[in-house]
Design a protein around this ligand. Structure first.
Ligand SMILES: *Cc1c(COP(=O)(O)O)cnc(C)c1O
Length: 335
């Protein structure tokens, strides 16, 4: 941290234009390209403002003032992206999981896509509701835009199916504040004239994500995570590991009358597993016992209640095994 490669300085202290830092930045990008097999006609941007800033940035770059964009509503994050895009142009909510109480994802046969949409936007994993697409929408020549903040790098995807992928870093990539956007080159240069320079994908792409000083240390740390992922065997190996983790946890929930998860089987998230106890009066006791065992952050989002196990790439199978063992013990005692 304090002395990079014997230089006597921290990466934090380096100029972002120095040869040393540029090498760090380029290596991180290349490793991410390798991990996701990103085709050469895509730019990889290391931006700031988190995924939430992308909600506006997507519209400012891709939605013409007199155009329309199609959005799929599957929960809290897609709703936020819809609200934000609506500030800049016409949004057609082409499908909503509301009719399924946000427990299932409407199939594409139920979508009411516009004829001339500038793009179709969805969130591949709803982090709070625990609802995840296990398929990639097929929208013809319309650019497909996805918020992949909470499941990027968790399983294999075909990048070429997308016009734009963005992901806030803090779930599967690195420190918060950074956001990675992977954008197909033909979508650059469409920003409306009022788009702030700092939010213009083309400006970012033309300047190697260094129009201004980037979040150098976050970029560096993300690069270390990419190296770690490669050492683990890459995304295919993470997919296997994540599958084992979620199978174990859902199996434990389904095998018990004490715990429940309401999400349709094919839409259950591999990354965020919400579950409820039979009696919510026991929630506090459950959480206190979990804390005492080092099983942290299991309280569900305040808007949903109950429990939520976020089992991102960094969580090992051993942690899920410990959780499942604790759940069985708790049920024996209180069930
Ligand atoms: C966490 C999250 C966000 C918000 O990310 P920020 O970096 O905090 O703006 C957006 N979308 C999804 C799917 C998320 O999981």
């Amino acid at each position: 941290m304090l002395d990079w490669n014997g230089m006597g300085v921290s990466v934090m202290e380096m100029s972002h234009r120095s040869d040393e830092y540029v090498a760090i930045a380029e290596k991180a990008e290349q490793d991410l390209r390798d991990l996701l097999a990103i085709p050469s006609d895509y730019k990889v941007l290391f931006l700031q403002g988190g995924a939430s800033q992308q909600f506006a940035e997507v519209a400012l770059n891709l939605l013409p003032e007199d155009g329309v964009a199609d959005y799929i509503d599957t929960g809290i994050w897609s709703k936020k992206s819809i609200e934000e895009a609506s500030r800049y142009g016409r949004v057609n909510v082409a499908a909503s999981a509301k009719g399924y109480d946000y427990f299932a994802i409407p199939g594409q046969n139920e979508w009411q896509l516009s004829k001339d949409a500038a793009y179709v936007h969805y969130a591949s994993n709803e982090t709070i509701g625990g609802l995840q697409f296990d398929w990639i929408p097929s929208v013809g020549d319309t650019p497909l835009v996805v918020d992949m903040s909470s499941d990027i790098l968790s399983r294999e995807i075909d990048v070429s199916k997308f016009g734009l992928i963005y992901a806030g870093a803090q779930k599967n990539i690195g420190p918060s504040g950074l956001v990675v956007s992977i954008v197909r080159e033909d979508l650059l240069g469409r920003a409306r004239s009022s788009c702030p320079t700092m939010l213009n994908y083309k400006v970012a792409a033309d300047n190697g994500s260094m129009y201004n000083t980037p979040a150098t240390y976050s970029w560096y740390l993300s690069g270390l995570v990419f190296e770690w992922l490669k050492e683990q065997g890459g995304v295919a190996a993470m997919e296997q590991r994540n599958k084992a983790k979620k199978d174990l946890l859902y199996k434990a929930i389904d095998a018990s009358d004490f715990y429940s998860n309401p999400i349709a089987i094919n839409a259950r998230s591999w990354m965020n597993v919400p579950f409820r106890l039979a009696d919510e009066k026991l929630d506090k006791v459950f959480l206190a016992g979990a804390d005492a065992r080092g099983l942290l952050n299991l309280k569900g989002h305040r808007s949903v209640g109950g429990m939520r196990a976020s089992i991102y790439n960094a969580t090992g199978l051993d942690a899920v095994e410990a959780l499942v063992a604790y759940m069985a013990e708790f049920e024996k005692e209180h069930g």
